[in-house]
Design a protein around this ligand. Structure first.
Ligand code: FAD
Ligand code: NAI
Length: 476
């Protein structure tokens, strides 16, 4: 029997785990959170993938690189002369590291505030003498702790191409992609998903010649087709080269960089020599070191922990949340599951609505959506109405000098209930929240159309797209 006993033990301190720990502590439980992440100085760094090598650092680099692009390409139209604009990549990366550290420290502060006991090291299941399970923490020292409830939130890792391991020098995962020290002359990305587009944008903006190789013939297949088409047009114009329908062959990495052999969509043999390659072909659930077999914790054939709709695993009082289980690999999905599980442990009715989880791609233009796409509704045979409104006709977008894209509403043909909202354009990441709230409250397009939106604001495009559902736009 371990001498450290808690009501709740959370394994993993990413957005799923740390939020679950805080919520459980708020509910009056004694809580421990075990996390093994170390920063480059070997210090504990709470926040998981999202904080250390995901959401936060990528957005910091996107912001810096966007400022650079604005100074170079857009200041002049405002009458601002900015000659000889330079970017210091070491400083840009240093600022990103500082932003990450603020977030690491913030979580540590929140643990103290909420009296969550933090353990640094790897947590793994061990069979207890009484036939139950305990958690071994292998850190600077080794100790065993136990919890009445265990929440597994061990996240995910980047998927490598078979036979092409990440060396983080030439062949980079998201980790290496976020700490490239100098602008590569030529950069390739394999996979034009979320990371491919966000990281491709960062390094293109600061001067790299970027090619993205994508296996699928369709660009952003999960996104509403009309929105994806509009986004692709914008990326093409920016000079982000995206090749669809390719078959990646042999990849050789050496002192001079990386050489990639591939077949293009026409089946022609091609080769591409680049300084660096980022592989962004999805992520795999992480149960390395968790020792699931020791206690019979069930995994599916993708390596994800099997859970039911309430995030219960096959073991009594063992729960799993976030990237390590089914569902979208998004920080806010992990957080919602963390809150819901803590509340279920407390006997409450925690709930996550998978139909209203927003998606955002933080490129320029931003792409954001919630609910169903037009192609999904067609495939379902559901009768729907569609309405779009272009930012070109929005006064605030014109004043910003950013009129790319549109807002699109999809509503049920009979009831007018909003079924999906899709945005490509400025601040789509913020605008989508209104649609999420509306869908959560089962609003109709008419509800949004009748709400007073501030003028001039980008959100007026949302109201106008809702009006467009019934062909009543006022400004277009
Ligand atoms: P993680 O954040 O992966 O955290 C798991 C933690 O558990 C890690 O700290 C890990 O070290 C630790 N751990 C694992 N095993 C053990 C063990 N046995 N013992 C102790 N500790 C362990 N999502 C968004 O919503 N918005 C974004 O903008 C966004 N941007 C992203 C950008 C990039 C480049 C990447 C890679 C991902 C991005 N994501 C984004 C996805 C997001 O990072 C994940 O969905 C999110 O981090 C999942 O949270 P989690 O808590 O499940 O796992
Ligand atoms: P992804 O799933 O978004 O995209 C992977 C892409 O790679 C797909 O288009 C796929 O068709 C392609 N692909 C797969 N195998 C390939 C191959 N052999 N050759 C060429 N193309 C291939 O995965 P990504 O970009 O790695 O990101 C992982 C996850 O991280 C995302 O799914 C998302 O959940 C999360 N994330 C979220 C962000 C956000 O919310 N803004 C930002 C970055 C990541």
């Amino acid at each position: 029997m371990s001498n450290k006993q808690f009501d709740v033990v959370v394994i993993g301190g990413g957005p799923g785990g740390y939020i679950a720990a805080i919520r459980a502590a708020q509910l009056g439980f004694s809580v421990a959170c075990i996390d093994e992440w170390k920063n480059k100085d070997g210090k504990p760094a709470l926040g998981g993938t999202c904080t250390n090598v995901g959401c936060i650092p990528s957005k910091a680099l996107l912001q810096s690189s966007e400022h650079f692009e604005h100074a170079n390409k857009h200041f002049a139209e405002h009458g601002i002369t900015a000659s000889d604009v330079k970017i210091d990549i070491a400083k840009m990366v240093g600022r990103k590291d500082a932003v990450v550290k603020q977030n690491n420290d913030g979580i540590q502060f929140l643990f103290k505030k909420n009296k969550v006991t933090s353990f640094h090291g790897r947590g793994s299941f061990v069979k207890a003498a009484d036939g139950g399970y305990e958690i071994k923490v292998a850190g600077a020292a080794e100790e065993t702790i136990s919890g009445k409830h265990i929440i597994v939130a061990t996240g995910s890792n980047a998927r490598a191409l078979p036979g092409v391991p990440f060396d983080e020098e030439n062949v980079l995962s998201n980790d290496g992609a976020l700490r490239i020290g100098a602008v590569p002359k030529k950069l390739a990305l394999i996979g034009s998903g979320v990371i491919g587009l966000e990281m491709g944008s960062v390094w293109r903006r600061v001067g790299a010649d970027v090619t993205v190789l994508e296996a699928l013939p369709t660009f952003l297949g999960a996104v509403d087709e009309q929105i994806a088409k509009e986004a692709k047009k914008a990326f093409d114009k920016q000079g982000l080269k995206i090749e669809l329908g390719v078959k990646v062959g042999e990849i050789k990495s050496g002192k001079k960089g990386v050489s990639i052999a591939y077949e293009n969509a026409k089946g022609e043999a091609q080769s591409l020599d680049v300084d660096k390659l980022i592989v962004s072909i999805g992520r795999v659930p992480n149960t390395i070191g968790l020792n699931p077999d020791a206690v019979g914790l069930k995994l599916d054939d993708r390596g994800a922990i099997v859970v039911d709709g309430d995030c219960k695993t096959n073991l009594p009082n063992v729960w799993a949340i976030g990237d390590v289980v089914r569902g979208p690999m998004l920080a806010h999905k992990a957080e919602e599951e963390g809150v819901a599980v803590a509340e279920r442990i407390a006997g409450q009715h925690g709930h996550v609505n998978f139909n209203t989880i927003p998606w955002v791609i933080y490129t320029s233009p931003e792409i954001a959506w919630v609910g169903q796409t037009e192609q999904q509704l067609k495939a379902e045979g559901r009768a729907y109405k569609a309405g779009t409104f272009p930012f070109l006709a929005n006064g605030r977008a014109r004043a910003l000098g950013d009129t790319t894209g549109m807002v699109k509403f999809l509503a049920d043909a009979a009831t007018d209930e909003i079924l999906g909202v899709h945005i490509v354009g400025p601040m789509a990441s913020e605008l989508i929240s209104e649609a999420v709230v509306a869908m959560e409250f089962k609003a109709s397009a008419e509800d949004i159309a009748r709400i007073c939106h501030a003028h001039p604001s980008l959100s007026e495009a949302t109201k106008e797209a809702a009006l467009a559902v019934d062909k009543r736009t006022l400004n277009f």
